[in-house]
Design a protein around this ligand. Structure first.
Ligand SMILES: [Zn+2]
Length: 387
């Protein structure tokens, strides 16, 4: 395994704090897997696959014409078995957990990630605990419980991570980030996203790939995948609900906390990771913040084309509109990674749809909010992080 930040090599292990050398210097960097000799790639136990990957790629010709692009495609990641891109990661992650003979898989989730981990753990016969806040919609909870997962209610996002840390100390396998500064998911999980890079490279390789992003697992997996495949690296564009990675690209420390509030639940949270920064640097990429109002307009535009994407995924279209406006993408092929379906977005009366923050609630200073603003009480100021 090799550090993404300092290139130090380490034996294959689970490194809770990421690269040990970087951790000793106060940094937090994920590792990547490297392969020796023949037979590159990790053999996945066949029984662990639920049929993830191979998702449809849809042409959006009219939008391409309007935006003066050569070609615009949408990758429908909601066609994965549990309805999001996370399944690509879960297949690898749970295979790794199984090979480590762990007694328990634990994850902190705002919906998609936890549901995916619960399904793949059930398939592998591994007990699972998913730590949630009150913000997670009932539809997710019912599905997780149906897969046999035990749900742990945490008072806030950080409470979920504290629960995971306790379980990891007892020998559990963490299927999501639980550290501050954030590192990202175990490198074995990130491997799963290389399959998306392979699928994109296999069809007329896009010049630009637009990726909803928070802790950057998908972004990093795409970068590592394209590097492994070789050839021209597409420009990776991260989409985020408020400036986090954009501020880091402008010079701020990736270990900072970035306050913001959003209804884009799948990409919420106030942290970024070194792996996300490294992916943008390696691909000459950039990060585009898209607020909730703009994301809702994009959601409506995509829906009018027949694609009902979750809010955080629809935001990719707004990001494209912003970077294509000056004509610099004329004639280029752009792919939007639509990570999840709009059916998953909680309804207006569901507490999970209310703008939230990772901050602990504070009665005197309600947070500033952008976009949709339903009535709320103090208890509705939700804290969570993606997963
Ligand atoms: Zn390092």
């Amino acid at each position: 395994m090799i550090c993404l930040r300092c290139d130090a090599a380490w034996p294959v292990e689970t490194y809770a704090a990421g690269c040990p050398r970087c951790a000793s210097e106060g940094h937090a960097s994920n590792l990547k897997l490297i392969y020796a000799g023949q037979g590159r790639g990790i053999r996945l136990p066949e029984a662990l696959s639920l049929g993830e990957g191979g998702t449809p790629s849809v042409e959006l010709s009219a939008l391409a014409q309007t935006m003066k692009l050569g070609r615009l495609t949408a990758k429908l990641e909601w066609c994965n078995p549990t309805g999001s891109h996370k399944d690509r990661m879960s297949a690898r992650l749970i295979a790794r957990a199984l090979s480590c003979n762990v007694p328990l898989v634990v994850a902190a989730s705002s919906g998609n990630g936890g549901l995916s981990i619960a399904a793949y753990s059930a398939h592998a016969g591994l007990p699972t605990e998913i730590a949630l806040t009150a913000a997670v919609a009932q539809s997710y909870r019912r599905a997780m419980v149906a897969h046999g997962a035990r749900l742990i209610e945490a008072p806030d996002s950080l409470g979920r991570w504290e629960h995971l840390a306790r379980r990891v100390a007892e020998g559990a396998f963490a299927a999501t980030n639980y550290r501050l500064p954030a590192i990202g998911t175990d490198p074995f999980g990130i491997e799963g996203y290389k399959t998306l890079a392979a699928e994109l490279a296999g069809l007329d390789r896009p010049d630009v790939v637009i990726v909803p992003s928070s802790r950057g697992d998908l972004l990093s997996g795409l970068r590592l995948g394209f590097e492994e495949i070789g050839g021209v690296m597409p420009r990776l564009v991260a989409v985020e609900p408020f400036p986090r990675l954009a501020r880091v690209m402008a010079g701020e420390d990736y270990r900072s906390r970035f306050e913001g509030h959003t209804a884009q639940v799948s990409t919420a949270g106030e942290t970024v990771t070194f792996q996300a920064l490294a992916a943008l640097r390696a691909s000459s990429g950039l990060s585009v913040p898209v607020d909730d109002m703009a994301a809702r307009r994009a959601q409506a535009t995509l829906a009018a084309c027949g694609l009902h994407a979750e809010l955080s995924a629809a935001a990719a279209l707004t990001a494209l509109d912003e970077i294509a406006r000056d004509g610099r993408l004329a004639g280029r092929h752009v792919t939007l990674v639509l990570t999840g379906s709009g059916l998953r977005d909680p309804g207006a009366h569901d507490p999970a749809s209310w703008p939230h923050t990772d901050e602990r609630p504070h009665a005197a200073t309600p947070p500033a909010m952008s976009g949709f603003q339903p009535p709320r009480t103090e208890a509705s100021v939700q804290q969570r992080d993606n997963g």
